[in-house]
Every structure is written in structure tokens, then in C-alpha cells.
Design a protein. Structure first.
Length: 314
């Protein structure tokens, strides 16, 4: 393995890389298109330069639904990354073992994009460059919160720098108290992000925007200093109520959990429900009766990483 080698031109057939990429939760209530949280839940993706053709072999979540040709999101993202690096490949095979459910608001498309781009860097013998990854991943995904968390890990704030004419997205990482965990309730049916975004209004009342800004600031404090504030800090006025008609069971579960004092919210564009909680509350939350939802407790996690890179057999 030659991890520091930089490739240019064409990559040899047989060059391989393996990356692990995390599930992520966006918004976390008041941080619409800004807050992202990486979770200890990963897809593993292998990429290999082959003689010709661009193909994906998928096992696990979504295996029977995703495209397996050059339109597969990991394949197309890896190719976009390699093209930007000026590295040519005669063909590429991606093997993805998916455990992150698709269309549930857990960042599966961001994971695919970041895996493809990180895989491109690894195949090319480059170190993972977070700024390069974020620039390309945000362009492909269209919003930065999930991809920023998948790249950097932990709890991040992503924002466009308006002083930069290109609106470059920047990231600030916020330390998270080690006792803070997440519980997720994943429903069986997906909701497409485009559908959920289509339900949002063009404008919101000033009072709602003001209240939301206060809670977003409070959530940064709650995550890093005072978890007792998590229930108040996860209140949102900008997206969840507008999206509730597309995910009524999830909206009702959020309502019930919040009525019992928990920091429950819709994960990303939904329909997964997520509660931020102290570790000692996880078992009680998992034990609740929530028919129709698969529940699991998750710690916060790190960002994408290269597991291996080699010229031939790993
Ligand atoms: N911030 C995005 C949204 C996340 O809520 O639409 C989508 O995964």
C-alpha cells in the first residue's frame, strides 16, 4: 500500500480503495440546511479500476432499487472527482454494502456522494481534503448539511460565505458532550427529499424566523454544554410542520415524544424521527411502544475515512 503516492494521468487496472462513510442527520430541528450530525452507522464502499465499463454492485439497503450502471450515485460522484483531479480510468467497479436506509432522512445520498469523492481521492493516491470534498459534494447534493457532517464527522454547522463571490460553503465544528446520543425511529416507507422540500413555503413569518434563530443558537449551547436544554433547543418553526402531511405518523411520534419532554425531531427531510438524549435515557426511549418504526440507539460518529488503498489485491 502506498498511501502518500499521488497519481496523475491514468490509473492502473487493479488499483483499489475502500472507504467507510457515515449516516448523518440534518437540521436537528432549528438548523435547516445548516446543522449536520454524523452517526455511528456506516456504509462500506470498495472501488476498483477495471479494464472497461462503469458498474456498481450493491448489497443491503436499496440493493434492488438503485441503478447499477454509470448513473449510480457513487460511480458518478467518483468519476466527477477523478475528472476534477485530472486522473483517467478505463473503467470502474464500485461495490457498496449499504446499511443506511434510503429515502428516510439519514443521509444515504450524501453518504454515496462523499464515498465516491473520497474514493476518487484515495484511488488517486491523494489525502482526504475536506475543502475539496465539501465543494464537490455540495455541488452534487445541492445542500451542504449532510455532506458536511459525512466529511467532517461530529456536529457541524455549514454555511455559505457571502463575501465569496462563488458562495463557498464553510464548516464550523461544534464539540458535543460525550454523554449525548441519538435514538432513531425509522419507518418502513421512504419520503423523497424533493417531495419534502417541495412542501416548504417561499416565505415564513418574521416571528417564526426570529424564534428559530434563537433555538438554533441554543442548540449549539445544549450540545456542547447543557443537555438539559435539548428539548427546548430542538424546537423548529421553519420546516417540520409544513412537511407533516407527507409523514403524518412521524409527525405524531415527534409530538408524543416532545409532549413527554424528549428532544425529538424529524431527521433531515424525514421521515425518520430522531431524539437527542443523554446516554442514560436511551434504553427507556428504545423500550417505548412505537409500532411501524424500527428503533435503534446510536452514538455520534466520525467522518468518512479510507480503510485501505492498494495497487492490486488488498
Ligand atoms: N436540510 C435538508 C432538508 C436535508 O431538510 O431538506 C435533506 O436531507
Amino acid at each position: 500500500m502506498r498511501e502518500t503516492e499521488e497519481e496523475t494521468g491514468s490509473l492502473a487496472v487493479g488499483t483499489r480503495a475502500v472507504v467507510d462513510v457515515p449516516a448523518t442527520s440534518a437540521n436537528l430541528g432549528p438548523g435547516f440546511d445548516c446543522f449536520g450530525l454524523a452517526l455511528e452507522w456506516h456504509d462500506r464502499v470498495g472501488l476498483e479500476v477495471i479494464e472497461d465499463g462503469f458498474v456498481a454492485e450493491v448489497t443491503g439497503e436499496g440493493a434492488d432499487q438503485v441503478l447499477t450502471d454509470e448513473r449510480h450515485l457513487i460511480v458518478s460522484s467518483a468519476r466527477a472527482g477523478l475528472a476534477d483531479l485530472g486522473v483517467e480510468v478505463p473503467g470502474l467497479r464500485v461495490r457498496s454494502h449499504n446499511t443506511i436506509p434510503h429515502g428516510r432522512g439519514l443521509g444515504s445520498s450524501s453518504a454515496a456522494i462523499v464515498a465516491g469523492l473520497a474514493g476518487a481521492l484515495a484511488l488517486a493516491g491523494r489525502a482526504l481534503d475536506p475543502d475539496w470534498l465539501l465543494r464537490h459534494a455540495n455541488r452534487i447534493e445541492g445542500h451542504p448539511d449532510n455532506v458536511a457532517a459525512a466529511i467532517h464527522g461530529g456536529f457541524v454547522l455549514a454555511y455559505a460565505d457571502e463575501r465569496d463571490p462563488e458562495g463557498t460553503v464553510r464548516v464550523a465544528g461544534v464539540p458535543v458532550l460525550p454523554e449525548i446520543s441519538a435514538v432513531v425511529w425509522v419507518p418502513a416507507a421512504p419520503v423523497a427529499t424533493e417531495v419534502a422540500r417541495g412542501l416548504l413555503p417561499a416565505t415564513v413569518p418574521h416571528a417564526d424566523a426570529a424564534a428559530n434563530a434563537g433555538r438554533a443558537a441554543l442548540l449549539v449551547h445544549a450540545m456542547s454544554a447543557d443537555p438539559s436544554l435539548l428539548p427546548a433547543a430542538t424546537r423548529d418553526w421553519l420546516h417540520q410542520s409544513y412537511r407533516a402531511p407527507a409523514m403524518p405518523d412521524s409527525a405524531e411520534l415527534v409530538r408524543r415524544l416532545r409532549a413527554d419532554g424528549h428532544a425529538a425531531l424529524i431527521s433531515g427531510a424525514g421521515p425518520t424521527v430522531l431524539a437527542l438524549t443523554r446516554g442514560d435515557e436511551v434504553a427507556g426511549l428504545i423500550a417505548r411502544d412505537t409500532p411501524g418504526f424500527a428503533v435503534r440507539g446510536l452514538r455520534t460518529g466520525g467522518g468518512v475515512r479510507v480503510v485501505a488503498r492498494a495497487e492490486r489485491e488488498l
